[in-house]
Design a binder for this molecule. Structure first.
Ligand code: ADP
Ligand code: MG
Length: 258
């Protein structure tokens, strides 16, 4: 069970302030969507949550289960159960996909001791565990024999990120545009994986530009409109439909007048 709280977070990159006071709180098993125009700082928020060294926190705090995680490294945060699915996944030549997944899964299991997780000693055991997840995201077994994301198509890279989430079962997942560039079947598969992960008390924060993926989620607790480096409006799942119909401008206009 994990609780993430972002308090008045301010972040700069290369001296330019991008996040201008972000507030967000998520509870265990909740699914949140962050929707907003391009260039508004959504990826900056995602990177900052996982301690990307180029993003400087100049104010506010990030709390996990009530304790600040500012000043901790990306791998420490990962071991506490935070996960980031990248908008633009990197190809990592020389690192076998299957080996990467098993090593990550096992180290997370060791870090989250006593949370009903296994440690897979043999490759065979692990491959058995992987099979359902692979089917769910629509990747064939043969991908496991390749290097991490190397030569994967755009859509395959996205599925690979979501597969990592489904396999690792992190406590809190941040997915940065997991739906961009995917056909409708893949979007449904990705939404299915999100619903399954959140059903086991894991929190998922989906960053997206379009409401399309949200329609396929079994549950969606909160929708946040993000623009100009902050959250301008939050609401229930219905807000996503409203954004789909009316676009973002009315929220931006409303915020200007406040
Ligand atoms: P989003 O994910 O919502 O599209 P990003 O977080 O990627 O937005 O970018 C937010 C803003 O930060 C953009 O206006 C982008 O141009 C700016 N930005 C990104 N990197 C730098 C940088 N190195 N220096 C200055 N501005 C940057
Ligand atoms: Mg982005």
């Amino acid at each position: 069970m994990a609780e993430l709280e972002i308090r008045d977070l301010r972040v700069s990159r290369d001296g330019k302030e991008i996040l201008k006071g972000v507030n967000l709180k998520t509870g265990p098993g909740e699914v949140h969507a962050i929707m907003g125009p391009n260039g508004s700082g959504k990826s900056t928020l995602a990177y900052t949550l996982l301690a990307h060294p180029k993003y400087e926190v100049t104010g506010g705090d990030i709390l996990l289960d009530g304790s600040s995680i500012l000043g901790t490294s990306a791998d420490e945060r990962a071991r506490k159960g935070l996960f980031l699915g990248f908008q633009y996944p990197t190809e990592v030549s020389g690192v076998g996909f299957s080996h990467f997944l098993r090593t990550s899964y096992n180290s997370l299991s060791k870090a989250l001791q006593g949370q009903d997780r296994e440690v897979f000693i043999t490759v065979r055991e692990f491959q058995k565990y992987l099979k359902d997840n692979l089917r769910q995201v629509g990747l064939k077994d043969e991908f496991l024999a390749r290097y991490l994301n190397e030569g994967f198509s755009g859509g395959e890279k996205k599925r690979s990120e979501v597969l990592q989430m489904a396999v690792l079962k992190p406590r809190i997942s941040i997915l940065d545009e997991p739906d961009s560039g995917l056909d409708i079947d893949s979007v449904q598969a990705v939404a299915g994986a999100i619903s399954e992960v959140s059903a086991s008390d894991s929190t998922v924060v989906v960053i997206t530009h379009y409401a399309r993926i949200l329609k396929f989620l079994k549950k969606l607790d909160r929708v946040h409109v993000f623009a100009g480096g902050r959250i301008l409006k939050s609401g229930s799942a219905g807000l996503a439909d409203e954004l789909d119909e009316r676009g973002y401008d009315w929220v931006l206009e409303g915020a200007k007048q406040e």
